[in-house]
Design a protein around this ligand. Structure first.
Ligand SMILES: NC(=O)c1ccc[n+]([C@@H]2O[C@H](COP(=O)([O-])OP(=O)(O)OC[C@H]3O[C@@H](n4cnc5c(N)ncnc54)[C@H](OP(=O)(O)O)[C@@H]3O)[C@@H](O)[C@H]2O)c1
Length: 241
């Protein structure tokens, strides 16, 4: 039990638990409750934390006052006490991509700015950063199961002009179980668009897709692709969805 997963009931946290990691969800460990966290670290002897707790709703991060505490202050607090792996995001970049681990960051929204600040604080404390993007999997909120379910309900409109690299959450969990050092990019190796993903999903699950262009994206990076992209592509993983 020397490694602890926070946010263990989220999409990635639950994938790590499924891979055999020990994790606590928000009800058992609120990462912003530093008194309880201090006690837990002392009692359990945890020396390493895979920090998966986060407020991940990109638009809410701009308005929810808890976002800075959860996304920035909490991982920094853990990193000052135990070896910490911050799960960060391709949203610390803007276009043009693909972006290498040492590329200059330029977050264009509050979520990206929070994650970039958390990266700096965790690295300064001797911790590690694993950047990923466009996760899909079986549990929790994610675009893969959302698209699958919407296809069953009727035609799905999906963006055809924004590059994405869908990443199966189980593949990311395997990377994290190896506790990679420094800054690591972990993302699916097959590039597509939301429409491309939805069409591949429609071939497998049925349904129809209507490709559309640039509607309702809000403040999102124009090109958030990461390099190197080494994890299996989404076509190989749709069957598992
Ligand atoms: N999903 C993606 O496509 C994606 C892409 C790039 C990076 N990431 C990063 O990957 C990490 C995991 O994301 P995910 O997709 O697994 O997100 P998720 O499904 O939203 O999981 C995050 C978990 O953190 C929990 N949490 C929120 N506030 C907390 C607190 N104060 N104390 C303890 N737990 C708290 C949430 O609980 P509630 O649900 O109860 O709020 C949720 O279970 C995040 O750092 C995210 O930024 C994700």
């Amino acid at each position: 039990m020397s490694v602890l997963v926070t946010g263990a009931e989220g999409l990635l946290g639950s994938a790590l638990v499924a891979h055999g990691a020990w994790g606590l969800g928000r009800a058992d460990l609120d990462v912003t409750d530093f008194q309880t966290a201090e006690r837990l670290l002392a009692e359990t002897g945890v020396t390493r934390v895979l920090f998966c707790a986060a407020l991940t709703n990109v638009d809410r991060c701009a308005t929810d006052p808890r976002a800075w505490t959860v996304n920035v202050e909490a991982p920094a607090w853990f990193a000052q006490r135990v070896e910490t792996w911050l799960i960060s995001t391709n949203y610390v970049f803007d276009g043009p991509g693909p972006h290498a681990p040492d590329a200059a960051r330029a977050p264009c929204n509050a979520y990206g700015r929070q994650k970039a600040e958390a990266e700096d604080r965790v690295l300064a404390a001797g911790g590690h950063v694993v950047r990923t993007g466009w996760l899909f999997g079986r549990g929790g909120r994610n675009f893969g199961s959302t698209i699958r379910d919407r296809l069953a309900a009727g035609p799905v409109s999906a963006l055809s002009d924004w590059p994405i690299q869908p990443t199966w959450v189980g593949d990311l969990a395997e990377v994290l179980m190896d506790l990679p050092q420094g800054i690591t990019h972990a993302i699916g190796d097959t590039e597509t668009t939301w429409a491309g993903f939805a069409m591949a999903a429609a071939q497998r699950f049925g349904g129809t897709v209507k490709p559309v262009q640039e509607v309702g994206m809000g403040h999102r990076p124009s090109d958030a692709r990461l390099t190197p992209a080494t994890l299996p592509g989404f076509r190989e993983r749709l069957a598992e969805l």
